[in-house]
Design a protein around this ligand. Sequence first.
Ligand SMILES: Cc1ncc(CO)c(N)n1
Length: 221
Amino acid sequence: MEGDGGTAAAWMATHRGMYERATRHPFTVSIRDGSVDLAAFKRWLGQDYMFVREFVAFLASVLLKCCKQSDSSDMETILGGLASLSDELSWFKKEAAKWSVDLAGISPLSSNMEYCRFLQSFDDPEISYTVAITTFWIIETVYQDSFASCIEEGNKTPAELLGTCQRWGSPEFKQYCQSLQRIADRCLANAPPDVVKNAEEAFLRVLELEIGFWDMSSSQS
Ligand SMILES: Cc1ncc(CO)c(N)n1
């Protein structure tokens, strides 16, 4: 949450309560303190695999909006993100095998479906690149912040979950999120007020959906 004076950091401060509900959720807090229910972790793993497949399509829509801008200099960053999702899907398959989670037999739970429907709504060409890139930034940042807290000093994260936490909690992933934040801030600084308002609404909607996703993982809702 390094406030660098941009709009993104300002929203994290204004909506701090919601932001913390998403990034210090009882589910990730239970990973950090070692009390995590492994059945819940496995549920999260299977559901998140399905989410990430949908996230690929979302990111493709962000990339397309980027390419249609007169200045498409963010293309490399987004393309890099898309490429790392390929690696991420392989990681999910490996991790699922390790935990005996049958990915083929999973169907999305309702909070996951709701989140996926939100991602699909970005297919609409009317939704601006600014709103889409801001959404992308906050989706990644919630995971970065959540999992980074599980590997902070003093954690009691079970050894077999450290790999998961490092995937999103690593310094490299943090840098990547910061580069997305700079892009979002630049777009927001140049956007008309109605677009900024839509982006803030999308920011809040992501926090809500992320909380729902953790709730679902903890308790199958
Ligand atoms: C639900 C959810 N939010 C964010 C990310 C970050 O990639 C993810 N994998 N899953």
